[in-house]
Design a protein around this ligand. Structure first.
Ligand SMILES: *[C@@H]1O[C@H](CO)[C@@H](O)[C@H](O)[C@H]1NC(C)=O
Ligand SMILES: *[C@@H]1O[C@H](CO)[C@@H](O)[C@H](O)[C@H]1NC(C)=O
Ligand SMILES: *[C@@H]1O[C@H](CO)[C@@H](O)[C@H](O)[C@H]1NC(C)=O
Ligand SMILES: *[C@@H]1O[C@H](CO)[C@@H](O)[C@H](O)[C@H]1NC(C)=O
Ligand SMILES: *[C@@H]1O[C@H](CO)[C@@H](O)[C@H](O)[C@H]1NC(C)=O
Length: 468
């Protein structure tokens, strides 16, 4: 009994301490914020308030004193509520002493109580305090309404704030030489208004929902670029440091470094091609290192499989940087890295954590869809390798835009390596026209049957000089 009491009493004592600490906190916060508020707000000119709060010389005219006072109110009321709740809990513990002694409070219940009743309210009060620093966005209802019709499409304040052009500080010209910065969103965001508003509905500064899958859906449906958000992205709780680079390239990463909640699998081993419930269909087997290792380095009999060494031998030492445009786990980039070539691999998390896998191997994943112009400048890449992404399903007009974008970023003398593109035999002429229209020099060109009515096409093409 004595021991039992010891534990329970300790709990009561701890709760008591919490109460005192929180009481202290409330008092400190009240005094300090009210002091700052009053000393700033009512005896100074508007500009002085800003100087007082920001500590900088540049003065933001539109500082919103009312929002500030609202925030302070909100935080105070949150803290008071918390204090009440804790007091009540302690009182109840006193009242029902006997029942309390009889019923065990387990560690997990205790933890749950602390998390839900204490930490979360404290956290939201903290967020409330942080928001005090945010100035009002001036002009959102005045100047921009006329010139920015898109803004009125959305109701959620955070989207409106995002797409409102941001004027420079008074009298300053920004790094682009313009007077304001336009944040951009994909035009299809308007079509997916409901989803976008769900995506942008969060508390500034707090944790985001675990909603990357919603973000990816928006992007793939053309809401790309997505707006940025001002919330903290979630990470795996048990994140381990990645393996060292001498091991990471060819070792299956630690599954704890991935948030698995939106996949069918819960670890990397489950993504094996032997598992029919692995949850993805493209690049089957690409999470098995022993299957990945022979790619592009060992002789395979099919003429459509070119060896990496043969390709690099065409331009010895000249191929240094490139893009791997496809679906995969970065094996092409890993092999190229061993040959001192830096490759960036495009990746979407279509049913499996492709981005995390590539990054954990120590390679660079580029999270882009087919929708967007590639984020590289003209004539910069030595190599573009493409496999597995675009096949015979792709619209010819879309493909045309993509081909010309590749041509844009490829440097003169750069190589375009089309690897195992496949389509229906009857469509082959159309696609061959696509690949040949740019009049690249043909280094390699191979066609093999895939099935009765489908064919594979591989090609190695070189962009000619453009001396106009
Ligand atoms: C209460 O906890 C003690 C020690 O943890 C355990 O031995 C006992 O069975 C528990 N009693 C009840 C009713 O759960
Ligand atoms: C608001 O709009 C009016 C005219 O529509 C303009 O004269 C005024 O300068 C604007 N206010 C601000 C703060 O931009
Ligand atoms: C990788 O490098 C570390 C030190 O840098 C070394 O301890 C480890 O043995 C190496 N692993 C392999 C597989 O070479
Ligand atoms: C691939 O096969 C060819 C001819 O069969 C041979 O000349 C070449 O050395 C082989 N390459 C490798 C990497 O095994
Ligand atoms: C890559 O670079 C390193 C260091 O410069 C060099 O030792 C190595 O031989 C190079 N590897 C290849 C395949 O060129």
């Amino acid at each position: 009994m004595g021991r039992l009491c010891f534990r329970k009493c300790r709990l009561v004592r701890i709760m008591g301490w919490f109460q005192i600490i929180l009481g202290g906190l409330v008092i400190i916060v009240s005094i300090s914020s009210l002091f700052r508020f009053y000393s700033a707000g009512f005896f100074m000119h508007n500009e002085d308030i800003c100087r007082h709060f920001y500590g900088v010389k540049d003065v933001y005219d539109g500082f919103d004193v009312k929002a500030l006072s609202d925030r302070v109110e909100e935080v105070l009321s949150k803290m008071e509520k918390l204090q009440d709740k804790l007091e009540k809990t302690v009182q109840q513990m006193e009242k029902n002493k006997d029942a309390f002694y009889r019923a065990n409070i387990s560690r997990s219940e205790y933890k749950k109580f602390l998390e839900e009743e204490v930490i979360q309210p404290l956290y939201s009060a903290h967020i409330g305090l942080r928001q005090i620093r945010l100035p009002k966005v001036e002009g959102i209802h005045n100047t921009t309404m006329k010139e920015e019709p898109l803004i009125n499409t959305f109701v959620i304040e955070e989207i409106r704030k995002y797409i409102t052009p941001k004027e420079n500080r008074i009298g300053k010209i920004n790094i682009y030489g313009t007077e304001r910065i336009y944040n951009t969103i994909g035009h299809a965001c308007v079509l997916m208004k409901k989803e976008l508003e769900e995506y942008m509905d969060y508390d500034i500064g707090s944790y985001c929902k675990d909603d990357w899958i919603l973000a990816q859906k928006l992007m793939m449906n053309g809401c790309d670029p997505l707006p940025r958000r001002r919330c903290l992205t979630r990470a795996s709780k048990l994140y381990q440091k990645p393996y060292a680079i001498n091991e990471s390239l060819w070792r299956l990463p630690d599954g704890r470094n991935v948030r698995w909640s939106n996949y069918q699998c819960r670890n990397f081993e489950c993504l094996s091609s032997k598992n029919p419930k692995r949850g993805y269909s493209k690049c089957t087997g690409c999470f098995e290192m022993e299957k990945e290792k022979p790619k592009w380095v060992t002789n395979i009999t099919l003429p459509i499989d070119f060896l990496m060494s043969d390709v690099l031998a065409i331009k010895p030492g000249e191929i240094r940087i490139g893009l791997d445009f496809g679906v995969g786990t970065g094996t092409f980039a890993a092999r190229m890295r061993e040959k001192n070539v830096t490759i960036i691999s495009t990746a979407l998390n279509l049913g499996a954590p492709f981005n995390e896998m590539i990054a954990l191997r120590g390679l660079v994943p580029l999270y882009v869809t087919l929708n967007q112009r590639l984020p590289f400048f003209d004539n910069t890449m030595d190599l573009i390798h493409t496999a597995g992404f675009m096949d015979g399903w792709i619209d010819l007009l879309l493909m045309d835009f993509i081909m010309f974008d590749w041509d844009r970023i490829l440097r003169p003398g750069g190589l375009l390596w089309i690897d195992r593109f496949f389509c229906k035999r009857k469509d082959l002429d159309d696609y061959m026209y696509m690949f040949l229209q740019l009049r690249y020099k043909k280094h390699k060109w191979a066609i093999s049957p895939k099935s009765n009515d489908e064919v594979f096409l591989s090609a190695l093409l070189e962009k000619p000089p453009r001396s106009l």
